[in-house]
Design a binder for this molecule. Structure first.
Ligand code: NAD
Length: 511
């Protein structure tokens, strides 16, 4: 496939002789504070998705036996108290030091993230900086994690709720935002006093390994933050199965998440799931159209549409639909995309060839079911990397697959509405409930609409926004549990009720 006629002016062809592609980085797992190879000696190689033929990373293909070693190390580090028994102040100091280490290594981490995921380098830089802030926030909050007292349960009774660390946490992460997702989980788990085993995606393990190494340099005791790499069924599934793991925090697809949750249920293990989405962007006729068009483009094309919180459904009031679509198409045709290493690139490559084929199959399904393809729909310069054109559908019916299923690519499905009730019904009319945007200049319209949306993260006049202070998580099939903010620490805490009798209590048996 060549370059699509619409995109000849804005596709940035990858420079395959860029010096930054020259050397393959070799990583090892981090178990009990030491670097480790897989017991089998097997390795996984990673080709840059935006630079066909360039191998940029290599890490161990760990197995169940390697995962067992990592879980054993985390269990010992928890049970001997080296981390959970530290004061909040001491833990906070170390987490702050990890944040400082991240900031010292922004350039290195951003390049690795860019080359392994295919996202633009400048975007990766911003993400690494944001992650340092996630660690800083958790570091500050973890000094103030308190329980509760109950002073009104009777004159000679006093109740204390003790907040305790939940134990060993198994964390499984996906490939789309490797450093953000690990940084949304690990500092909260560590801050609560837990120890962790992280299994990153087999596609993008480099920055997670570097994070664990930097944490050791920052003073985190050995065995508190372990990383086992490899494929999901071998290296990840033991985190759901092994009774030495107390909490499983999974981020990824609904398919794998539900499978792991049912395994974990057998051992009555606590599970937090952050799964897929099909985010609506509701645009009312009174919205600032210029801002909305820009936000819709950002919402659907950011990270090549591979965001769980993408705004992949445009639900637009019919009276402004032609004007908004015209503005959006103009933006989409001018958007620079392609080489992840180029400074002007707004979105880069997609993670893998099978994934891009899945996205293309959704485009075919949309056309077959009668939606109107206004722009894009196919791969671009396929011989140099996994690039897919910005793609816009109009005249989508809510029952079509492209309106219901998570495509995870730069593909927008447009549906019109006439009343606010209709917009809310359309927005809530999928199995997901992760995120949603409302665009309107009228506060009453925007807030009252948002209150009716069944989604864990909502925006008014913006999209894909976040901050460490605010909770994230899903309604419906988008997941269970909440991360970030004060709420995130509860996922990794146990609450113990301590009932005290002051003096002699009521006798049970009078004699
Ligand atoms: P995936 O479910 O295929 O893989 C996620 C992780 O699970 C990977 O580390 C993988 O190796 C592992 N895994 C796969 N099979 C396993 C098994 N049998 N046992 C244990 N682990 C296993 O998902 P993906 O393709 O990497 O990521 C894309 C998905 O993640 C999308 O659905 C996206 O919406 C979702 N996601 C959600 C959030 C959120 O916060 N809600 C954030 C990012 C991505």
């Amino acid at each position: 496939m060549g370059i699509h006629a619409s995109f000849q002016n804005n596709f940035i062809a990858p420079n395959l002789s860029d010096a930054r592609l020259a050397s393959k980085r070799a990583y090892r797992m981090v178990i009990d504070g030491k670097s480790a190879d897989a017991l089998s000696g097997k390795l996984i190689e990673r080709e840059s998705p935006g630079h066909r033929g360039s191998i940029v990373g290599e890490w161990p293909a760990g197995s169940t036996a390697d995962a067992a070693l990592a879980i054993g190390a985390a269990r010992r580090a928890f049970d001997d108290g080296r981390w959970p028994q530290m004061s909040g102040a001491e833990r906070s100091t170390i987490l702050h030091a990890v944040a400082a280490k991240i900031l010292e290594h922004v350039e290195e981490l951003a390049l690795v993230e860019c080359l392994e995921t295919g996202k633009p380098l400048h975007q990766a830089r911003g993400e690494i900086g944001y992650c340092a802030d996630l660690w800083t926030y958790a570091a500050g909050q973890c000094r103030g994690l308190e329980g509760d007292t109950h002073n009104a349960i009777g004159a000679n009774r006093l109740g204390i709720v003790l907040r305790e660390p939940a134990g060993v946490v198994g964390i499984i992460t996906p490939w789309n935002f490797p450093f953000i997702i690990v940084s949304e989980r690990v500092p909260w788990a560590l801050g609560a006093g837990c120890t962790v085993v992280v299994k990153p995606s087999e596609f993008t393990s480099g920055t997670t390994i570097r994070l664990a190494e930097l944490a050791l340099e920052a003073g985190l005791p050995a065995g508190v933050f372990n990383v086992v790499t490899g494929y999901g069924p071998e290296a990840g599934q033991p985190l759901a199965e092994d009774p030495r793991v107390d909490v499983l925090a999974f981020t990824g697809s609904v398919r794998v998440g539900t499978q792991l949750a049912s395994i974990a249920a057998g051992g009555v293990k606590r599970v937090g799931l952050e799964l897929g989405g099909k985010g609506p962007q509701i645009v009312f006729a009174d919205a600032d159209l210029e801002a909305a068009a820009d936000g819709i483009a950002y919402g659907v094309y950011h990270n090549a549409g591979q965001c769980c919180i993408s705004g992949s459904r445009l639900i637009v009031e019919n009276s402004i639909r032609p004007a908004l679509l015209e503005r959006l198409l103009e933006l989409s045709r001018r958007l620079p995309f392609g080489d992840p290493l180029a400074q002007q690139t707004r979105f880069g490559a997609m993670v893998s060839r099978p994934h891009i084929e899945k996205v293309a199959s959704y485009v075919s399904a949309g056309v077959q079911e009668g939606a109107e393809l206004l722009l894009g729909g196919d791969m671009v310069a396929a011989s140099s990397g996994n690039f897919f054109a910005p793609t816009v559908f109009d005249k989508v019916r809510p029952d079509m697959r492209i309106a219901q299923e998570e495509i995870f690519g730069p593909v927008l499905a447009t549906i019109g509405f006439d009343t606010r009730e209709e917009a809310v019904a359309l927005a809530n009319g999928t199995a997901f409930g992760l995120s949603a945007s409302v665009w309107s200049r009228d506060l009453e319209t925007a807030i009252q609409t948002t209150r009716k949306l069944r989604a864990g993260r909502c925006w008014i006049n913006s999209v894909i926004d976040g901050t460490p202070e605010m909770p994230i998580g899903g309604y419906k099939k988008s997941g269970t549990g909440r991360e970030l903010g004060r709420y995130g620490f509860d996922e990794y805490s146990q609450f113990k009720g301590l009932h005290m009798t002051l003096g002699r209590g009521e006798p049970w048996f009078q004699h």
